[in-house]
Design a binder for this molecule. Structure first.
Ligand code: CU
Length: 138
């Protein structure tokens, strides 16, 4: 993608993590979870409280990272690519205009402040089993 498209997308998503590396053209290795053609790799990852997970779409398909609102700790912050405040909005925005989409080379990052289990999904590939889990430990 070109630089202006990337910056625009970061502006919409409100996610700046990885931008300097992306602008330098180093898109290959700086992620924790890859979004391949058909799944999140790895599909389970464990980070400490305060840890940040960076997702990157390493495929040519369009994906999302969308938390299951009922699949995260009660007092945890909701997260979704696109920066949506809840799952319902994330799904509506996806259906409306592919809101929250992550295309090849796009990244999304979230910092986990509350311990527990976080289940999340790629909205367009939910039926294909594209969901995964982040474990956050004290
Ligand atoms: Cu997907």
């Amino acid at each position: 993608m070109d630089r202006r498209r990337f910056l625009g997308r970061v502006g919409v998503a409100g996610v700046a993590v990885g931008a300097p590396l992306a602008l330098a053209g180093c898109l290959d290795e700086d992620h924790d979870v890859a979004m391949t053609a058909d799944g999140f790799v790895p599909d389970e990852i464990t980070v400490p409280v305060g840890g940040t997970v960076v997702w990157e779409n390493t495929s040519t398909r369009t994906h999302t990272v969308t938390a299951y609102e009922g699949g995260i700790p009660d007092d945890a912050a909701y997260f979704a690519s696109g920066g949506y405040a809840d799952e319902e909005t994330a799904r509506e925005e996806w259906l409306d205009d592919f809101g929250g989409k992550l295309e090849n080379g796009d990244r999304f990052a979230h910092t986990f402040e509350v311990p527990g289990r976080y289940d999340y999904v790629c909205i367009p590939h939910e039926d294909g089993g594209m969901y995964a889990t982040v474990h956050v430990e004290e």
